[in-house]
Each structure stands twice: as structure tokens, then as C-alpha cells.
Write a protein of this length. Structure first.
Lengths: 113, 114
């Protein structure tokens, strides 16, 4: 059974810093991996999707990487802003026809003005 | 751009009552997924539908059922509600199940059981 772990659980940094959020998964036979942002009491906003054949994806100040062999993904946020404060979740879609994403418990990020 | 629409946004029920949650996917999305997120927890996959047929099943209790209609909207029916069913219920949609397309989530229905 796929398990997804995110480290750290919480992170607080000053505005302007570059930061890295980590995600690891136990079963490397994933189909893709998706990063989400969740604001308190709100839905999940899809940030980036990396296919199993890809190494990284970029969108604006966000860059996500994937290393299937080591079971790891990272989300890099450049030049952080207070508006980036949210919980970031990674989710793996396993192969074999499964539909459901397996989520990590998220990293709660606070960007201090 | 159009997003996934869920209704109602909030719902309060008592134990042993029934509830129906509705989900309207993004236009031209043919796959719908349901997730449950308990307080302080990560979302857990419940069930999914592709072209109006159930395609995958996760940790959905037997008291719950769901279906997808001809216009692709979906409903999650919950019966004999328990206190532990209090959670945020998300619907997501995507195109072409099995393709590498992201799942797009709605804002969720917050269900509170008294």
C-alpha cells in the first residue's frame, strides 16, 4: 500500500527566502505525482503534476522535481511571499489502474512579512 | 475558467439522518472522484466514476453510495450518519481517466453531524 510522507510538517521563513518542501513515497511504481496548495477551510488548488517519466515541472516561482528510484519529490518555491502561506500537499497516483490519489499530511508553510 | 462546483457548501445533520452531496465537474471532464478529509487529516479517496460507471473504490463505507449521471454530475449519498462522518468532502474531476491529467478539486462540502 502506498504511503506518502512530507517533511517538515511545518515551516516558517522570512519573506524573500527560497525554500524546499520534501515528499517521499514508499511505492516507486507511481503513475504521476501532484502538488497541491490548501488554504484554511478551502479546497485543494493543483499546482504542478509530474508524470512518472518526467524529472521536473516548473510554473512561475514553483519547481517540482521527481526521483522515482529514490521515492522522492521536492517542491522548490523561489522568492517566497506572504501570499504563499498555506498548507502544501503532495499526492501520488499509483499505477495499475488506480484512480485515487494517496496524500501526504502536508507541510504548513508560514511566510513572515 | 470554470471550476468544480460542489453543493451545498455546508451541511448540518443529526446522527442516523441521510445526506446527499452534489458535484458538478469542469465542462468536458468525464471522470469524477470523491474524497473525505477529516479534521487535521489528509484527504482519503472514497470512490470514482468514469463515463457514468464506477471505476475505482477506496475507503468508502457501505453506508455511502454514489453515482454519476448522464450530464456527468455526481452525487454522494450518505445514510445512517455517524459522528465520525463529520468531515470536509471533496469532489474532483479530470479528463480521460488513466491519462496524465491533473485532478481538479472543488471547494468541498463541510458536513457536521450533531
Amino acid at each position: 500500500k502506498q504511503e506518502v510522507t512530507q517533511i517538515p510538517a511545518a515551516l516558517s521563513v522570512p519573506e524573500g527566502e527560497n525554500l524546499v518542501l520534501n515528499c517521499s513515497f514508499t511505492d516507486s511504481a507511481i503513475y504521476n505525482l501532484q502538488w497541491f496548495r490548501q488554504d484554511p477551510g478551502k479546497g485543494l488548488t493543483s499546482l504542478l503534476l509530474i508524470q512518472s517519466s518526467q524529472r521536473e515541472q516548473t510554473s512561475g516561482r514553483l519547481n517540482a522535481s521527481l526521483d522515482k528510484s529514490s521515492g522522492r519529490s521536492t517542491l522548490y518555491i523561489a522568492a517566497s511571499q506572504p501570499g504563499d502561506s498555506a498548507t502544501y500537499l503532495c499526492a501520488a497516483l499509483s499505477g495499475g489502474g488506480a484512480d485515487g490519489l494517496t496524500f501526504g499530511k502536508g507541510t504548513h508553510l508560514i511566510i513572515q512579512p | 475558467a470554470a471550476g468544480v462546483i460542489q453543493s451545498p457548501r455546508h451541511l448540518i445533520k443529526e446522527k442516523r439522518e441521510t445526506a446527499t452531496l452534489k458535484c458538478y465537474p469542469i465542462p468536458r471532464h468525464d471522470t469524477v472522484y470523491w474524497y473525505q478529509q477529516g479534521p487535521g487529516q489528509d484527504p482519503q479517496f472514497l470512490i470514482s466514476f468514469y463515463e457514468k460507471m464506477q471505476s475505482d473504490k477506496g475507503s468508502i463505507p457501505d453506508r455511502f453510495s454514489a453515482q454519476q449521471f448522464s450530464d456527468y454530475h455526481s452525487e454522494l449519498n450518505m445514510s445512517s450518519l455517524e459522528l465520525g462522518d463529520s468531515a470536509l468532502y471533496f469532489c474532483a474531476s479530470s479528463t480521460r481517466r488513466g491519462s496524465n491529467q491533473p485532478q481538479h478539486f472543488g471547494d468541498g462540502t463541510r458536513l457536521s453531524i450533531l
